[in-house]
Write a protein that binds this ligand. Structure first.
Ligand code: GDD
Ligand code: MG
Length: 342
């Protein structure tokens, strides 16, 4: 079975973090987000993933070209310019078989894709869209169905007065190749605005597969932070649990008088100084230096971050190569190398 993962587009709303990093490559527990998606697909019998890329593909290709032991075969489909969600899949059509998955590249979910495929086959759908309940559907695509889950209506980013259900498009689809037939080539086309509404008005069978599996769109800083914490605390099951190490690796030094409390992941080659307190859930990326008596609580540090003496970080996200000045106190902020801490 093959899958297309949409990793392109101008969807860089994870600012300021995605200034230098493609959204799909942001680190989740010190591993690029996309690796989790690939593992989840592999866990459900997907053996080939087409990465549909419309935006800065270099960092993705560099990473995966040198990666060992990938769970799936990767094919890169690089659009000349972002073609939209459906245009990107149309552009990758040559690689696809009759039935395939399509996933938004910024969605983390534990949805049972095997059961979803079974449902898709049984219903005879042309497209099956996974649905997940959310508190605020106005930021997503709202999907109305009948009581047999046949889709009646699709409204992308509806105004509050048009919200009739909390079930939204989870960004996980199963498509029959036939669904691509009327999509024009080389043009920007969106599933959400163009293809779904058109197929519905043509009377094609579009079905919904509701799920209460863990689901999050990492397209906001708050959700990005939450996913890291949920994986550490076990609120969300890890798709590859053997890769999470409960103790710091041998290459890292943790001062005997430092206190590491709660679920904390420490990367390779870190130095954690005297009197430091790290209170989980927290992630310390590769090569971070935490100087004496600093306090880090519920924060995510990417690679090669320096935290000065006595600094306090609470609920922060710190991008790679950032320096936090000694004695600074920061709460609920995102820090990049350009950021000057007081
Ligand atoms: N290759 C490619 N080319 N990928 C694209 C393009 C493009 O032109 N445009 C968007 N994408 C990718 C994005 O990188 C992202 O992974 C995915 O398609 C969805 O785009 P977003 O920009 O993140 O959309 P959204 O989150 O506002 O809304 C979408 O996802 C929601 C679920 O998270 C819609 O599909 C909603 O209906 C849905 O509810
Ligand atoms: Mg999104």
């Amino acid at each position: 079975m093959k899958a297309v993962v949409l990793v392109g587009g101008e969807g860089t709303r994870l600012r300021p973090l995605t200034h230098h990093t493609v959204k799909a490559m942001v680190p989740i527990l010190n591993r690029p987000f996309l690796e989790y998606l690939l593992q989840h697909l592999a866990n459900h019998s997907v053996d080939e993933v087409i990465l549909a890329m419309g935006y800065k593909p270099d960092s993705i290709q560099n990473h995966f070209t040198h990666a060992h032991g990938l769970p799936v075969k990767l094919v890169y489909s690089i659009e000349p310019a972002p073609l939209g969600t459906a245009g990107a899949v149309k552009y990758a059509e040559q690689y696809l078989d009759n039935t395939f998955f399509v996933l938004n590249g910024d969605v983390f979910t534990t949805i049972d894709l095997t059961a979803m495929l079974r449902f898709h086959k049984e219903s005879g759908a042309k497209i099956t869209i996974a649905l997940t309940p959310v508190e605020d559907p106005t930021r997503f695509g709202v999907v109305e169905t009948d009581n047999r889950f046949r889709i009646k209506k699709f409204i992308e980013k509806p105004p509050p007065d048009q919200v009739t259900t909390n079930n939204i498009n989870a960004g996980v689809y199963i498509l029959e190749k036939d669904a691509l037939k009327n999509i024009p080539s080389g043009r920007r086309v969106m599933f959400e605005h163009d293809v779904f509404p058109e197929l519905l008005s043509a009377g094609d069978p579009l079905y919904a597969y509701p799920t209460d599996a863990y689901w999050i769109d990492i397209g906001t800083l708050e959700n990005y932070h939450r996913l890291n914490c949920d994986l550490l605390t076990g609120k969300c099951p890890h798709p590859d649990p053997k890769t999470v190490r409960p103790v710091p690796p041998e290459s890292s030094f943790v001062h005997p008088q430092a206190r590491v409390q709660g679920p904390v992941l420490i990367g390779e080659r870190c130095r954690i100084g005297y009197g430091v307190q790290i209170i989980g859930p927290a992630v310390i990326g590769t090569g971070c230096h935490i100087e004496d008596c600093a306090i880090i609580e519920k924060s995510i540090l990417w690679q090669h971050v320096t935290v000065g003496k006595n600094a306090i970080l609470r609920n922060c996200i710190v991008a790679s190569n950032s320096c936090i000045a000694s004695n600074s106190a920061l709460e609920g902020v995102t820090i990049t190398p350009e950021h000057k801490t007081p």
